[in-house]
Design a protein around this ligand. Structure first.
Ligand code: FRU
Length: 483
């Protein structure tokens, strides 16, 4: 409970206290999903960067563990982790593969950023650095966020690292996780800005086209992204183990992971078993413009829900689609279902209780030119989630969602939405101070935080300049019932 009396999110991960930014070291091993993250053990603003740690067996119920990689002579910036199944590093013990983590060590004295590694023989509980020195150092002050993964076809380890201010990606390969050789570079391309950060690269099957796959390269952008500040873009193409080649058809306009302001540094889990087959990523639900100022206490920083990422062929080319991991459904309680609810100028209450809920809506836009769902607090602050069908626009308006705390925050974010035969569907996952909107079956998402003043949130809806009909509304409380 922070000073505002606003309830805390219940099904999105936050550490018990202090500052958190990017997800790091996402890896699955021996029944556990690991979530490491940029963490300040000493305060609720960025600093003393270390890797915080949490584990989960189902991606939605997390247990926070002690700091995994502390600040030493260098701060431990973002990175990744793998299970070294064949003990290529020789660091395994008792016939068990080691977990190996890669992070950027930032030396506050020299400002150099170089890549370091550490390993664990106890399921990620304790970590030992590979010596004192970096494993990859080019003497740069803008060289970070190593993403390491196994490339089966070339039987090699791959490391992606950004040359941040150059807006370039560097790709390295290794046979033993220790000696790294540069293979290629990619960029600048797509959206450019102050820096590129937190890269990721993975192969996805093309939905509905058995046997066909493409590679998706995710590049986060420190500023100038679609939501106004930091955000993620992606490229679709091919990867041969050394070089990423974007498809000529993926066009020149950047492709955005999310159209809100609060989905950043998204990276995916390594080593999810092949029989599961999902590609799952998670983002930091924040924006560098105001990240240090958000009015929460005792922690500052929240993760998005883990999301399954898939790839679709659309008329415009390949596009990713995202959905909350299906394990979220195990958090559903108290189902509500309403059919045929007519919307007009007069605002009507929706039969949905409070602010930690899932809503699925199938809406017929009728002749209205705007359909709005409003989430109001007890002081008249409200966050609007709406669609303007005539211009095929989805939006989240948080311009009046709570007391002012930063000039960049009170904004309206919009995205394209398809309206077919006057109909559209929306899936909303709301958790007290975050809304994740999934439209077009996950092809478009808007993730935004909002900070109401106080009290229990209330749901209502209306239409402008005509009438619309909610053909069906399904809703659930989300989160384990408090005993
Ligand atoms: C992204 C980022 C990374 C860096 C980390 C430092 O949000 O700037 O590039 O490693 O945060 O905390």
């Amino acid at each position: 409970q922070d000073a505002s009396n606003r309830p805390q999110p219940v099904y999105h991960f936050a550490p018990a206290a202090n500052w958190m930014n990017d997800p790091n070291g996402l890896v699955y091993y021996d029944g556990e999903y690991h979530l490491f993250y940029q963490y300040n053990p000493y305060g609720d603003r960025w600093g003393h960067m270390s890797w915080g740690h949490a584990v989960s067996r189902d991606l939605v119920r997390w247990t926070e563990l002690p700091v995994a990689v502390p600040e030493t002579d260098v701060m431990a910036f973002s990175g990744s982790a793998v299970v070294d199944w064949h003990n290529d590093s020789g660091l395994g013990k008792n016939g068990k593969p080691p977990m190996v983590a890669f992070f950027t060590g930032f030396n506050p004295r020299t400002k150099i950023q170089a890549q370091y590694a550490a390993y664990s023989n106890d399921r990620g509980r304790t970590w030992t650095r590979f010596g004192d020195k970096p494993i990859l150092d080019i003497g740069s002050t803008e060289f970070r966020d190593p993403k390491v993964f196994w490339h089966a076809k070339t039987k090699s380890w791959i490391m992606l690292v950004v040359l941040a201010v150059e807006n370039k990606l560097a790709i390295y390969t290794s046979k033993d996780l220790k000696q790294w050789d540069k293979a290629s570079e990619f960029g600048p391309a797509g959206a450019r800005g102050k820096n590129w950060e937190c890269p990721d690269l993975f192969e996805l099957p093309v939905e509905g086209h058995p046997g066909q796959t493409r590679w998706v390269l995710g590049i986060n952008l420190g500023d100038s992204a679609i939501g106004g500040g930091s955000g993620g873009q992606y490229f679709v193409g091919d990867f041969d183990g050394r070089r990423f080649t974007p498809d000529p058809t993926s066009g020149t306009a950047p492709l955005w992971m999310d159209y809100g302001a609060d989905f950043y540094a998204a990276v995916s889990w390594n080593d999810i078993p092949a029989k599961d087959g999902r590609r799952i990523w998670i983002g930091w639900a924040n924006d560098w413009r105001y990240a240090n100022a958000i009015p929460t206490f005792p922690s500052r920083g929240l993760m998005s829900l883990p999301r399954t990422v898939s790839l679709r062929q659309t008329a415009a080319g390949y596009r990713i689609a995202q959905a909350p991991v299906r394990e979220v459904e195990t958090l559903r309680r108290d189902p509500v279902r309403v059919d045929e609810l007519l919307l007009g100028e007069a605002e009507v209450a929706l039969p949905v209780e409070g602010g930690s809920v899932e809503l699925q809506l199938d809406i017929d836009a009728g002749n209205a030119d705007q359909i709005v769902l409003a989430l109001s607090d007890d002081q008249g602050f409200r966050t609007l989630i709406g669609v303007n069908p005539t211009i095929k626009e989805l939006f989240v308006d948080r311009t009046r969602s709570g007391p002012h705390f930063h000039d960049a925050f009170p904004e309206r974010h919009n995205a394209p939405i398809k309206i077919e035969a006057g109909r559209f569907t929306l899936r909303l996952l709301v958790d007290q101070s975050i809304v994740e909107v999934y439209a077009d079956n996950g092809e478009t998402t808007i993730t935004d935080r909002f900070f109401p003043a106080s009290g229990k949130l209330r749901w209502s809806a209306y239409a402008r300049n005509g009438t619309a009909t909610i053909r069906s509304l399904k809703a659930w409380q989300l989160g384990d019932a408090v005993q």
